[in-house]
Design a protein around this ligand. Structure first.
Ligand code: ADP
Length: 547
């Protein structure tokens, strides 16, 4: 960054002079108030999960200054969002909306285009607008975290559950827009949303679903959070993983509380892996296991105990599996290679029936060992899975970041058929690349009835430039390997979105041509999150931005 006598100067948005930028910022500050427009003119601080920065990617994989904003703006209402959007169109300055910006592993709060203005909606627009106990639904602003929603639902006294991601500090709305997942039967966050309010890139506001039909006396439609579709084309999906609009309100369904039992099944023999996946598929499809269960590799399991790599292995490259297993032997799980976390829901009788079905299914694997919450001490990780499977937000899953100094992660997350052969193929593909680039394996498979989200974690030291270079090379190689076999990512880091988007290229990239047609129609000046999801507005296209 350039400096002047007062210190660091903010980086400039593309094609804007310092003078034009300063004038534009002065204009914006005048309409929003001094505290609500903050220049990025200080040294960057990575912070940590609960004190994350909104100026850059806390888990930077390139230079920290690469994906940095020029300023952050804090709207306090939908009208102020409109004001900012109109200002951006006038000055041709890109804006990048975030809700909380805790999207770690996928870019955090960072804009794809250096010098964009980050629009941090979460700070001031953080109200729970409604909890409807009879309809089992809620209406939220962008800044509502899983923790905040959980507390409000508890306080309301209604017997309802929320659904949370592994770590609960993110925005409920932001995660659903990035199509994140959780671990109750309502784990498909976008699938369980109902109704949206969106500010379009030209400044117009639209309500989707039943919200488009005003209620009596111009109130919110009473079925806005009840019926997802309304009338006409179903547009909600185009505002997810995209840069077509800024979502200012979003409705979600809440699950009626039930009883549940979460347990682990451990497996010692690596050779059983394919069989295990094939056994899980019908259990998931028949909803014997009522959520999306996950099977985790032993390295991640050891790491979540908070152990550090350097304490158990002095060599370069991945820790050999024998060393990991040796250390696992000292834990309650013992000598294992995979750990499966599953949950059965409902009253005791039906849970017992379900557990019997699960036991019978796994009886063909002689050393499958069932471990229940009562079998482990209160601080054991299994209790975090118990909480998350019933929508109680936690922070425990941050513990495996201690594996490395300055522990950061990148997630490689392809979708695969639920088939042991595919699981094996992906696992070996990842193992080969992790070995080549020197990273430990920390994969987990989240097994829905008809597909698996394979979540492979590259845990790296963001203080080590060489390690960051290797992490990027590793993930790029895996994206390419996977695409050759027909596997595509469900979500990716902002800096990898061009590569991932380019793999979805059937019929001469018909999907991207459609995405670009929509982008140019909705955002003719190309001001909203250019490059998000690999979608570049016309004025940026083919000018060297795609990487
Ligand atoms: P979280 O803190 O829940 O992890 P973020 O706020 O970082 O989520 O949001 C994840 C991504 O979703 C952001 O990078 C942004 O691209 C998009 N996003 C988040 N909130 C909005 C919003 N209100 N409108 C449009 N896009 C959004």
């Amino acid at each position: 960054r350039d400096k002047d006598d007062d210190g660091l100067l903010p980086v400039l948005p593309p094609d804007i002079t310092r003078n034009a930028f300063n004038n534009a910022i002065a204009e914006l500050t005048k309409s929003l108030g001094e505290p609500n427009v903050v220049l990025t003119d200080k040294p960057l601080v990575d912070g940590w999960y609960l004190e994350h920065p909104n100026t850059h990617d806390a888990f930077h994989v390139h230079s920290r200054e690469d994906t940095i904003s020029s300023a952050t703006v804090y709207p306090g209402s939908t009208e102020e969002v409109q004001t900012i959007v109109k200002w951006a169109n006038k000055h041709l300055i890109p804006i990048y909306p975030i809700s909380m910006g805790r999207n770690l592993g996928y870019g955090g709060a960072a804009p794809r285009v250096r010098g964009s203005i980050v629009m941090d909606l979460g700070k001031r627009m953080n109200k729970i607008l409604k909890i409807d106990g009879d309809n089992c639904s809620c209406l939220l602003e962008p800044g509502v975290t899983y923790f905040a929603l959980y507390e409000a639902v508890q306080k309301s006294g209604y017997p309802l559950w929320i659904d949370t991601t592994d770590v609960g500090g993110g925005s409920v709305l932001g995660n659903a827009l990035d199509r994140g997942v959780g671990y109750t039967p309502y784990g498909d966050h976008f699938g369980n949303h109902c109704g949206m309010e969106v500010v379009l890139p030209t400044g117009d506001i639209v309500r989707l679903g039943m919200g488009a039909l005003p209620g009596k006396d111009n109130t919110d439609n009473p079925t806005w959070q009840s019926f997802q579709y309304g009338y006409g084309p179903y547009s909600d999906g185009i505002f997810t993983q995209s840069n077509y609009g800024i979502v200012t309100k979003m409705g979600f369904w809440l699950m009626p509380a039930t009883e549940h039992l979460t347990f682990a099944i451990t497996f010692a023999r690596e050779d059983d892996f394919e069989r295990i996946i094939d056994i899980i598929r019908p259990l998931s499809a028949q909803r014997v296991l009522g959520n999306v269960p996950q099977i985790r590799h032993v390295t991640q399991e050891l790491a979540v105990t908070g152990i550090r790599k350097k304490d158990i292995y002095a060599g370069d490259g991945p820790v050999p599996e024998q060393v990991i297993r040796e250390h696992m032997k000292a834990t309650i799980y013992g000598d294992v290679t995979w750990i499966f976390y599953a949950t059965v829901y409902g009253p005791k009788d039906s849970r017992n029936t379900s557990i019997d079905v699960v036991r019978k299914a796994f009886s063909v694997i002689p050393d499958a060992k069932f471990i229940f919450p009562d079998d482990v001490p209160p601080d054991h990780y299994l209790h975090a899975r118990v909480a998350i499977a019933s929508g109680v937000p936690m922070l425990t899953d941050l513990d495996w970041l201690h594996w490395k100094s300055n522990g950061s992660h990148l997630a490689f997350s392809p979708i695969s058929p639920v088939d042991g052969k595919d699981a094996r193929k992906l696992y070996e593909m990842v193992q080969k690349r992790h070995g080549e680039f020197g990273f430990d394996m920390m994969p987990a498979f989240c097994i829905a009835p008809r597909e698996m989200h394979f979540i492979d974690i590259i845990c790296y030291d963001r203080g080590d430039e060489d390690e960051k270079r290797r992490a990027i090379k590793c993930i790029r190689a895996m994206i390419a390997d996977a695409a050759k076999e027909g596997y595509g990512e469900y979500r990716t880091h902002i800096l990898l979105s061009d590569q991932v988007a380019a793999t979805y290229n059937w019929n001469n990239a018909a999907l991207m041509r459609l995405n670009e047609t929509l982008k140019d129609a909705l955002d003719p000046n190309g001001i909203l999150a250019p490059g998000k999801a690999g979608i570049w507005p016309k004025r940026f296209r083919e000018k060297g931005w795609e990487i």
